[in-house]
Design a protein around this ligand. Structure first.
Ligand code: TXA
Ligand code: MG
Length: 319
């Protein structure tokens, strides 16, 4: 299928995208994790349009994407812990929940009225150029309809959002493939709100402290990524399934050394490769409606496996 709002990245399309952001439009753009659905953080109407396009509940706060550390103290309270983590992990797939500096009402919608602001600096050339050319932080949730699988290519965005987005900047497939790790830095101990592209082990090695894992209250999520049903493919999915237990009528997504998988996240058992393939393979699997469901191999619970298991647990959740 062809979509006429996909633009291959070049200096002209970048300029057009920056103009679109400035004028209050919506631009989907690549980051190292997944594609984001971007708007000018200070334009409440544009931010509202993000919620409408995604079909997302309006109380859900959004991540502001910045290209320069100097932006941070303008609207967030920082301290040495924040700055050290930023210097070590930015640009990169790590998002901070920080206390808002003052009550700048322009940020209310992006922050969903909370006293916190959520920020990251993406490690992607096109994203950084777009933010710089727009001259403002860009708020962006993943560029998919609420509760569906996050997009890791421009085509995924177009298939999910179609003409609800003014422009899609195509930068090819996303390198990391799962969303950023989100940590709460408003508390004395660092709290992990969402496992993601930076592993818990890396964070603990750097900070030298034990990070608290928040499982949240699924009915009242602090981070709606904590909703039990999220990232869901349209076919029912079973996880932790050994090859010998896959049903005849199931599409099997394997990991590591299995012999009969329709798709294998990483035949060599590499968790980074598995993360990068995860969402694209779930999308591929759900197209096979000749199957009754999807079965997935067990994934080890370390490194990026934490983020992968988190996503597939929610994707397989049954009410
Ligand atoms: O990798 C990513 O983080 C991608 C790319 C585009 O940057 N973005 C992304 O955004 O995944 P989104 O909106 O799909 O997921 C962000 C999650 C949401 O579940 C949101 O509720 C949570 O972060 N969140 C944002 N601000 C928060 C806050 N102040 N407190 C708690 N949770 C927050
Ligand atoms: Mg999302």
């Amino acid at each position: 299928m062809m979509f006429d709002n996909i633009y291959e990245y070049n200096p002209q399309s970048l300029q057009k995208a920056a103009e679109t952001i400035k004028k209050g439009g919506l631009v989907a753009f690549p980051t190292e994790t997944v594609y984001g659905l971007g708007a000018n953080v200070y334009n409440s109407q544009a931010v509202a349009n993000i919620f409408a396009a995604k079909g997302r509940p309006a109380f859900n706060p959004l991540i502001s994407h910045i290209a320069d550390l100097d932006f941070l103290p303008e609207y967030a309270l920082t301290d040495s812990r924040v700055m050290e983590l930023a210097k070590r992990f930015w640009p990169g797939p790590l998002t901070f929940v920080l206390r808002r500096k003052d009550e700048n009402p322009a940020l209310d919608l992006a922050c969903a009225g909370l006293p916190t602001v959520t920020v990251r600096m993406p490690d992607h050339k096109i994203a950084l150029k777009l933010i710089k050319a727009s001259g403002v932080p860009i708020v962006a949730p993943s560029a998919n309809r609420s509760t569906t699988i996050s997009p890791t290519t421009a085509e995924h965005v177009a298939a999910s959002l179609g003409d609800k987005v003014d422009m899609i900047l195509d930068g090819g497939p996303c390198r990391v493939g799962v969303e950023s790790t989100i940590i709460d830095l408003t508390t004395e101990n660092i709290v992990l709100l969402r496992a993601g592209g930076i592993s818990l082990e890396e964070l603990e090695a750097f900070t030298g402290e034990k990070i608290i894992i928040s499982h949240g209250n699924p009915d009242q999520p602090k981070s709606p990524g904590q909703l039990l049903k999220h990232y869901a493919p349209s076919l029912p999915m079973r996880i932790n399934v050994d090859e010998k237990d896959v049903h005849q009528d199931e599409f099997f997504i394997g990991f590591g050394n299995v012999s009969h998988a329709q798709l294998n996240l990483s035949p060599s058992g590499d968790l980074r490769q598995a993360a990068a393939n995860l969402f694209a393979y779930m999308r591929e699997a759900e197209k096979h409606t000749e199957y009754k469901g999807i079965a997935m191999s067990p994934i080890p619970e370390n490194g990026l496996g934490l983020a992968i298991n988190d996503r597939i647990r929610r994707a397989s959740y049954k009410k």
